[in-house]
Design a protein around this ligand. Sequence first.
Ligand code: GYE
Length: 321
Amino acid sequence: MKTRSFLSRRAFTGLASVAVLAMASGPLFAAKKLTVGFAQVGAESAWRTAETDSIKAEAAKRGVNLKFSDAQGKQENQIKAVRSFIAQGVDAIILAPVVETGWEPVLREAKRNKIPVVLVDRGIKVSDDSLYATLIASDFIAEGKMAAEWLAKKVNGKANIVELQGTPGAAPAIDRKKGFEEGIKSQPGMKIIASQSGDFRRSGGKEVMEALLKKHGNEINAVYAHNDDMALGAIQAIEEAGKKPGTDVVVVSVDGVKGAFESMVAGKLNCTVECNPLLGPLAFDAVEKAKAGQKLAKKTIVEDKVYDQATAKDVIASRQY
Ligand code: GYE
């Protein structure tokens, strides 16, 4: 994973001097074991599970006491989890916010209690960005654009596209839509003929695709799914309707999970734009820096790449999620 990061050298020197002080002073200053709460969205996709595993593994590696909460896709559950972390007096909170809005009150509570909040994978809209320490995420607009450009080239600028959106109100759903629309703007032959949410789930992608195939039948010649799980569900629906995904209907999506690579190797999924979920190391680097009182960049962008059937075979064995 490549990151465009703004972390300063001073940050490392600072940490190093704390470590030297702790060693020189013996048990008196021995580093306290951090307790960190992680408010996760849920387990809607393979991407999400990979992110959870990465955060849990990194916590274990660093000897962090991790409190994990699965909100089952509901913001109200995430807000409750954050409140409970605050009540327990955790040292920091990692939050993967399900939707963009509605976070100000609970983030103010965290700030009042001097608990830094590190946002991972999805951004939020707040009037005051001092309410969180930093955001570590991909550029979803760029991902949408990359998917659009790849597709336009593949179909020579002419396609009736069905769009499968992610969770309504979630940053990756909003921005992947926007980026894709920008990417096809200069191509009058690229038309989105239907756009519906499949909630980032395989079952959602399959159900929406079944309904759209009934409605639009042979008109559809491309699918743009906001994540791989929905694309894989749509592929199943396309096959069940007696068509060939990858040939009769071109399918592009985002994430780059193992199942997407397997599907590309099988000639079904055409292309996926990688979105790296292995955010554990960056998230805990940010937590440690925030706890050491160091200034953090407001945003660290994780850079993504495009993979298609031509490149999938060569890299599938080395994929980590
Ligand atoms: O693309 C999707 C997941 O927030 C970037 O959420 C993440 C998205 C990811 O469910 O698969």
